[in-house]
Design a binder for this molecule. Structure first.
Ligand SMILES: [Zn+2]
Length: 164
């Protein structure tokens, strides 16, 4: 997994653990002998609460990725596994700074999706695609602005994905 220089460590660490299937989904807990009756994804009730479903198959995640890929102008956004998400920034012919920005946004999106999943599962608060996408843009803007040391970054430019 590539290093990202601008998202917080907790965010990279989360992606690393998710890729190894070491985040506490119902599926992963089940493999460790912890049985949870409510084993379906709470967002759609169509798939198992697993890394692959939550991040690459759930209609909610697909809606979020559609917005993220449109925002960052990522063409051919096809992902079949969590690992594919961590490679998306290397596909195509983007420049270095755009690739770094995209990579961090992908990691941020995974982090925000996981938080939304926990909020629904543990607090019964349901977020929709627009709310999640808005949070991704806001959170990534502050992280990028403060950590990537790109000088002045304007919110409007960030929303248009103008990185220079
Ligand atoms: Zn789902």
């Amino acid at each position: 997994m590539d290093k990202c220089n601008w998202v917080p460590k907790k965010c990279s660490l989360f992606a690393w653990r998710a890729e190894m299937n070491r985040v506490p989904t119902v599926e992963a807990l089940g493999k460790r002998g912890v049985v949870i009756i409510d084993d379906m994804c709470n967002f759609c009730n169509e798939g198992l609460d697993s890394v692959s479903h939550i991040f690459t198959a759930c209609p909610l995640a697909l809606g979020v990725w559609e917005k993220v890929s449109f925002w960052c102008r990522i063409q051919n956004f096809f992902v079949f596994s969590f690992r594919d998400l961590l490679e998306i920034h290397n596909v195509g012919s983007k420049g270095k700074s755009e690739r770094e920005a995209i990579y961090g946004i992908i990691l941020t999106t995974c982090w925000v999706l996981w938080k939304a999943r926990n909020k629904l599962r543990f607090n019964r608060i349901r977020s929709n695609v627009d709310e999640i996408f808005r949070e991704i843009r806001v959170v990534s803007f502050f992280w990028f602005k403060h950590r990537a040391r790109k000088g002045v970054l304007d919110w409007k430019d960030w929303c248009k994905f103008v990185i220079m």
